[in-house]
Design a binder for this molecule. Sequence first.
Ligand code: CP3
Length: 336
Amino acid sequence: MSDLLRALAGEKTERTPVWFMRQAGRSLPEYRELRVGTRMLDACLTPDLAAEITLQPVRRHKVDAAVFFSDIVIPLRLAGVEVEIEPGRGPVFANPVRTAEDVARVTAIDPADLDGAAITEAVRITTAELGDTPLIGFAGAPFTLAAYLVEGGPSKEHMRARGMMHADPESWNLLAGWLSRVSRRFLEIQRDAGASVVQLFDSWAGSLSPDDYRAFVAPHSRAALDGIGLPSIHFGVGTGPFLADMRLDGVADAVGVDWRMPLDEAIRIVGNDVAVQGNIDPALLQAPWPVLEAHVRDVIERGRGAKGHILNLGHGVPPETDPDQLTRIVELAHGA
Ligand code: CP3
């Protein structure tokens, strides 16, 4: 079994398994070259291109896992929702979903009808090339998707999505329940085509109060992962105030931790009967190697008390990162 799967199963591994969120992307010159002239979401839906981009960081850095090159808004596009990714900005929706009528209109789409053919083909090409290296499939958590869909685009505090929870809880639960099924379908397509781990990204959950997280968000995230039949990682940013809830009542096999909390403290909060993933500070990728090296060693040390530790950043690779820094982290984790 690969070290990543062993860590997720709670086994101690000789080498700390490592991969990076956004390892496929603008930090790699070979990615920037391939992407010239193709829009982000079109690249995701071109199977040989998506497969090649997924494989690039595995070849270069020798990471312990590939993460499927796609985006959290892809299943919405496949369901027929009009969305684009604006470079330097993020997902933008032609028709924001703000009123009860908007919610009724979008949730009338049956997630089972989503056309997954391009995803299936891309995952098949990728896993055939990967051999024993696991492929991590992923989806956006309902709240993070809603943060874009309700607003119509990126926002700082996700005021409209958080407002809907209290102004019209019925519509909120209808929308979040539907997003949960859309993301679940996306995970199932990746699973059925050969992915061996899944990660749910709730990148913007840190804008929620613990009470709102528990009442309006956790049940929908749990439904997206429950019974998926693969080891799962649940990741959020700024979720320190409700980190134990990120376990989703034992449904998640690993909890992602951002850079704000020392990993040993996070382990004390979530318990040592679940694996953790993290939590190198992405800002330190800019530091000279000896400074970054000391930080990575400290993270590995603090992770020793966990049931299993997967080394990663506290959030995605910033586009301006020198990719050699990532390669050095992998060599260090593998004890080279
Ligand atoms: O991690 C990986 O290497 C796998 C691929 C991946 C992408 N997006 C590719 C991508 C994954 C796992 C995602 C998830 C995603 N997408 C999240 C959750 C993870 C996170 O970073 O918090 C979110 C919030 C999105 C929405 C999104 N898509 C944003 C905010 C952006 C950045 C916009 C920009 O240009 O700065 C995207 C576009 C995107 N998704 C890029 C990549 C490589 C950059 C597009 C490009 O290269 O032109």
